[in-house]
Design a protein around this ligand. Structure first.
Ligand SMILES: [Cu+2]
Length: 283
């Protein structure tokens, strides 16, 4: 009896393992490549299912780091050699528009996953919302899949749309740190120009000056912040954000073009407690 008690669980476990191996049609381990991610939803057409993943399992107004897998509905295998374009669209009462996004590319060193980012500058509301179209090619054959997506409002200001002194419409989005710490954090933002309803090119070689403040505590700042400068390899802006305590921080910003002209934002002084250009975090 005592021996049986040990053998039974072993038999049981080995049955599970062999079953899951039998059911796994794919030549790679498809679970491990998304193990730190959560499924948001699937978008399907007649032939394929696209699985959308983020860390939280949700999309939200602002920056979204999105990973996808493409599954063949007939074979249940993940497609490893597709090339993608994607097109987020907000359908508003008066007009439709897209938003800033990266390319959607195969993740280096992975078999089944593709990654990119989308910055939704507006949240959905009762009458207006977003959809996401994927156009993809597999072995020269073209496909399209489109689905509605939910983009609720961010509780903090993580993206801002404004017109600069040069009359250009800009979109500035908070990207990092996603998990702020009481420390000097690496900070990243994205800066884009709204050329028209569909085109949002990256703005290069500007500077974003940073002055984080705690309005609830005498509007104190923090030492050793570094302004955000353009990073040509990521096409984003990197700087240092010093956070000396937890709580609500207003990240006062000033945008400077390549000639050092301020296009938006004001210095924080005793008489001026915040800039008109800012982002927010709370942790
Ligand atoms: Cu909109």
């Amino acid at each position: 009896m005592k021996i049986l008690k040990y053998i039974l669980p072993i038999l049981f476990v080995s049955t599970i393992v062999s079953c899951s191996n039998d059911n796994d049609d794919n030549n790679t381990d498809p679970v491990s490549e998304v193990e730190n991610l959560t499924l948001v939803q699937e978008i399907s057409n007649d032939t394929h299912t696209i699985e959308l993943f983020t860390k939280t399992g949700e999309l939200i107004q602002g920056y979204n780091d999105i990973t996808i897998r493409l599954k063949d509905k007939t074979s249940n295998e993940f497609i490893e050699n597709a090339t993608f374009t994607w097109k987020p669209m907000m359908h508003m009462v008066e007009m439709s528009h897209s938003c800033p996004k990266s390319e959607l590319v195969k993740v280096t060193g992975k078999e089944t996953i593709y990654n990119g980012f989308i910055i939704f500058q507006m949240p959905e509301n009762a009458e207006e919302g977003w959809d996401l179209t994927f156009n993809y090619t597999i072995n020269g054959e073209e496909f399209e899949a489109v689905g509605d997506i939910s983009v609720p409002m961010s509780p903090k200001k993580t993206v801002t749309v404004f017109i600069g002194a040069d009359e250009v419409k800009y979109i500035l989005a908070f990207i990092e740190p996603q998990t702020p710490e009481v420390a000097i954090n690496d900070m990243t933002v994205g800066l884009f120009k709204m050329e028209n309803m569909m085109s949002f090119p990256v703005v290069e070689n500007y500077k974003v000056m940073l002055d984080p403040r705690m309005p609830s505590m005498g509007n104190h700042t923090s030492p050793n912040n570094e302004d955000l400068v353009y990073n040509a390899s990521s096409k984003l802006y990197d700087g240092k954000l010093s956070l000396t305590m937890t709580g609500y921080w207003k990240l006062n910003l000033m945008l400077q073009n390549e000639n050092g002209e301020v296009l938006k934002g004001e210095e924080v002084t005793n008489d001026n407690e915040s800039s008109s250009l800012y982002l927010e975090i709370e942790f």
